[in-house]
Each structure stands twice: as C-alpha cells, then as structure tokens.
Design a protein around this ligand. Structure first.
Ligand code: AMP
Length: 112
C-alpha cells in the first residue's frame, strides 16, 4: 500500500517520534501550523474517521490516552486543540487516520 504514514510507521521514511506504543505512533508534523504540532496515528491503516469500526475501539481509546500523555510531556497545560480532518472539504491530504495536536500558543476559533 502506498501510504506515507504507513511508511513512517515502518521507518521507511524518517520522522521525529514523540510517542510510540504497540498500536499508536506520534510524530512531529513536517509543516507545523503551531509551535507544537504533533500527529497521532494508529499503526493499523485506517483511512479516515468514518472508517473506524467497533473492532477499533481499543485503538481509539489508546490514541486518546496517547494524546493525554503527549500533552503532558510537551507541557500543554494551558490548553491545546485536537483536529481530525476528513475528506477533501475537511482538508484531509493523507489517507491514513491522524489526529493533529496543536498548541504552544493561543489558537483562533473558528478555523477558516
Ligand atoms: P491532513 O491535511 O489533515 O491530512 O494532515 C496531513 C499532515 O501531514 C499535514 O499537516 C502535513 O504537513 C503532514 N505531513 C505530510 N507528510 C509528512 C511527513 N513525511 N512527516 C510529517 N508530517 C507530514
């Protein structure tokens, strides 16, 4: 499968990893939109948020646990944002489910 995030998981493409477990990987976004910009992904290839099934319950929970730990590790105690883009109109450019963690500055709302 020609998936850039699967290649990052398989270490075929370098990344700056900030968190790793058996089922979840988190690494710095190559084009940061905030002082802290980390992507949290399941190691299982799931295309997008609409592709999650009941079989993935554990993985979804682990992603949320990872987000909590990464936020603490990166000292985001003043707050942060988690974004999951889905589909073309949602701005998804990589077809492997990923959660953006954005923080390190006051973020604007609503997004454009
Ligand atoms: P999205 O637009 O929600 O699909 O987000 C994809 C994100 O992946 C973008 O923020 C990109 O900057 C990021 N990205 C693409 N390729 C890489 C890479 N090789 N390493 C780290 N982040 C990447």
């Amino acid at each position: 499968m020609d998936c850039i995030f699967c290649k990052i998981i398989n270490k075929e493409i370098p990344s700056t990893i900030v968190w790793e477990s058996d089922s979840v990987l988190a690494f710095k976004d190559v084009a940061p939109a905030a002082p802290v910009h980390v992507l949290v992904i399941p190691k299982k290839h799931i295309t997008d948020i609409t592709s999650i099934t009941g079989e993935d319950k554990e993985i979804v929970w682990e992603i949320h646990e990872a987000i909590k730990k990464i936020a603490s590790q990166l000292e985001l105690g003043d707050g942060f944002r988690v974004v999951v883009n889905c589909g073309a109109d949602g701005g998804q450019t990589v077809g492997h489910l990923h959660y953006h963690i954005l923080g390190g500055r006051k973020l604007q709302w609503p997004p454009g």
